[in-house]
Design a protein around this ligand. Structure first.
Ligand code: PPS
Length: 306
């Protein structure tokens, strides 16, 4: 499926009206305006017990784990995974934009067993996913790298409000005033959910450290086994280097008006610890103090570097 089919020119014109608009709050969570609208119909979702949800706070490894999962579902067949861009193969539940099919519409045309992407906090999840005990894979990434990645993404994807200076953006991130709200609340709520619901809680840093070990964790969670050589192929094909050059994973099929990879590529650096290149000493101290307050007693430990 190419650019023309997914995003007709008319849709780009329509979406331009929505560039750099303020976020809209739903149950206290700031969201892009159209995504906020989409949440109104999300409760209509009819989940199937064999659905699988990929959830993250934005910029935490969604695309990476989505590609791993599609490869697992396709038995490691690389050609089959080139059938469409990742946002078609793994529909984005709350996605809505003028002139193009919404996440729910894409999902309706997706054969089971379905993979679904969301960034929603637990409080906004469609009830049906919980009632049907749908398996979910959550990926969490350290907050400093998320904030940096998000800042660059705000710049390149113009459906976001203007990020302002890095210092302003960092403060907004800490205050939970960016799209999808508070990182602190998101990672903690999903951690809590993993105690009562089948959620495999993964860390981006673990995936970087030993991707094969993490792919095997996923296989075990899915009660699925694949030959060793296929597992190796999946790991190789989902490396940052491979995914950066693959048009079916690197988001270059989205019109430049909407996502400008010249400003900052979607597949930007894919590393741990890039925050050290942008945080000042003062920002880091401010962040660490605030972080300690927000994360006290939650039982989650993140690695800022490995
Ligand atoms: S989104 O827009 O929220 O769905 O983005 P998401 O896919 O969650 O996160 C994008 C960041 O993940 C990096 N990335 C990867 N890192 C390592 N390996 C692989 N295969 C990989 N694929 C994507 C991507 O580069 C973004 O991080 P930054 O730090 O900006 O590079």
């Amino acid at each position: 499926m190419g650019e023309m089919e997914d995003f007709p020119d008319s849709s780009v014109e329509l979406v331009k009206d929505n560039f750099r608009q303020p976020l809209k709050y739903v149950k206290g969570v700031p969201l892009l305006k159209y995504f906020a609208e989409a949440t109104e119909t999300l409760q209509d979702l009819q989940a199937y017990p064999d659905d699988l949800v990929v959830s993250t706070y934005p910029k935490s490894g969604t695309t990476w784990v989505s590609e791993i999962l599609d490869l697992i579902y396709q038995g490691g067949d690389l050609e089959k995974c080139r059938r469409a861009p990742i946002y078609i193969r793994v529909p984005f539940l709350e996605f809505k934009s003028p002139g193009v099919p919404s996440g729910l519409e894409v999902l309706e045309n997706t054969p089971a067993p379905r993979l679904l992407k969301t960034h929603l906090p637990v409080s906004l999840l469609p009830q049906s996913l919980l009632d049907q005990k749908v398996k979910m894979i959550y990926v969490a990434r350290n907050a400093k790298d998320v904030a940096v990645s998000y800042y660059y993404f705000y710049h390149m994807a113009k459906v976001h409000p203007d990020p302002g200076t890095w210092d302003n953006f960092l403060q907004q991130f800490m205050d939970g005033k960016v799209s999808y709200g508070s990182w602190y609340q998101h990672v903690q709520e999903w951690w809590e959910l993993s105690h009562s619901h089948p959620v495999l809680y993964l860390f981006y840093e673990d995936m970087k450290e030993n991707p094969k070990r993490e792919v095997k964790k996923i296989l075990e969670f899915l009660e699925c086994s694949l030959p060793e050589d296929i597992v190796d192929r999946i790991v190789k094909h989902t490396s940052f280097k491979e995914m950066k050059k693959n048009p079916m994973t690197n988001y270059t099929t989205i019109p430049t008006d909407v996502m400008d990879h010249n400003v900052s590529p979607f597949m930007r650096k894919g590393i741990i610890g890039d925050w050290k290149n942008i945080f000042t000493v003062a920002q880091n101290e401010r962040f660490d103090d605030h972080y300690a307050e927000k994360m006290v007693g939650c039982g989650l430990t993140f690695r800022w570097q490995i």
